[in-house]
Ligand binder design. Structure first.
Ligand code: ADP
Ligand code: MG
Length: 239
């Protein structure tokens, strides 16, 4: 589903951190939001999923204005840097959780079927009985991704999902996340401050600085024609 921010503004203590931002993520597209720490990436994601309420403008999921909906009523899947799995629940129960609080609540067999399907897609069928403490960092992150996707959300938001992983796992999970995004065809935003990650995983990259988007382009286009010195400097040399 296409996602749009129109003239979006978000303030903290009366001061705008993001002002009049326009951004479109096309249906089925994976867009990287790339920029230095503190530029407003997480604030943008938190506003899309409804944790923060916009102070101006609109957030559209397809043709639906979701700006005034609380987060429970926006069908968004999120994975944040600290996976925050429920430690007392098994992997199966963690993944099932978003379905058990859904209204109307699906039947037990439906829930079991959906959990099984997403676990197979993400290659964690063999981990369903375990608890989070018995998983590696990469496995925990796969479970977080399964939990985010089990309700077949309209959009998937990933906030620095690879930041806590070691270099080898990070490489593996880059291609895994991209594979899963392509297989599900879900519209996704990947927030990162790592340019190689952004360029290697996404269809287009949006460079953000101080609450503004300076340029949106495909990775190739961005390397070929950076719009200004900040973008060029931020990208460094092609990998
Ligand atoms: P990023 O994710 O790009 O590192 P953030 O979106 O977290 O940046 O932060 C953008 C700006 O908004 C920063 O200056 C940050 O200090 C400020 N900010 C973020 N969250 C809050 C908050 N809850 N209250 C006040 N200021 C905040
Ligand atoms: Mg952040």
């Amino acid at each position: 589903m296409r996602l749009q921010l129109q003239n979006f503004t978000k303030c903290f203590d009366g001061t705008p951190v993001i002002e009049g931002l326009d951004l479109t993520v096309e249906d089925g597209e994976m867009l990287a939001l790339l920029g230095p720490s503190g530029c407003g990436k997480s604030t943008t994601l938190f506003s899309i999923c409804g944790i923060y309420r916009a102070d101006g403008g609109r957030i559209m999921f397809g043709d639906r204005d979701v700006s005034d909906l609380p987060s429970q009523k926006r069908n968004v899947g999120v994975v944040f840097q600290n996976y925050a799995l429920y430690p007392h629940l098994t992997v199966e129960e963690n993944i099932a959780f978003p379905l058990t609080v859904q209204k109307p609540r699906p039947s037990k067999s439906e829930i079991a079927r959906e959990v099984r399907a997403i676990a197979e897609l993400i290659h964690i069928e063999n981990l369903l009985e375990r608890r989070p403490a018995q998983l590696s960092g990469g496995q925990q992150q796969r479970v977080a991704l399964a939990r985010a996707l089990v309700r077949k959300p309209d959009v998937l938001l990933l906030d620095e999902p690879l930041a806590n992983l070691d270099a080898k796992l990070r490489l593996e999970m880059r291609s895994e996340i991209r594979r899963i995004q392509l297989e599900t065809g879900i519209t996704a935003i990947l927030v990162t401050h790592d340019q190689v990650e952004a360029m290697s995983m996404c269809d287009r990259v949006a460079i953000m600085d101080k609450g503004e988007i300076l340029q949106i382009a495909s990775p190739t286009e961005m390397y070929r024609n950076p719009v200004n010195k900040f973008v060029a400097g931020f990208l460094g040399n092609p990998p």
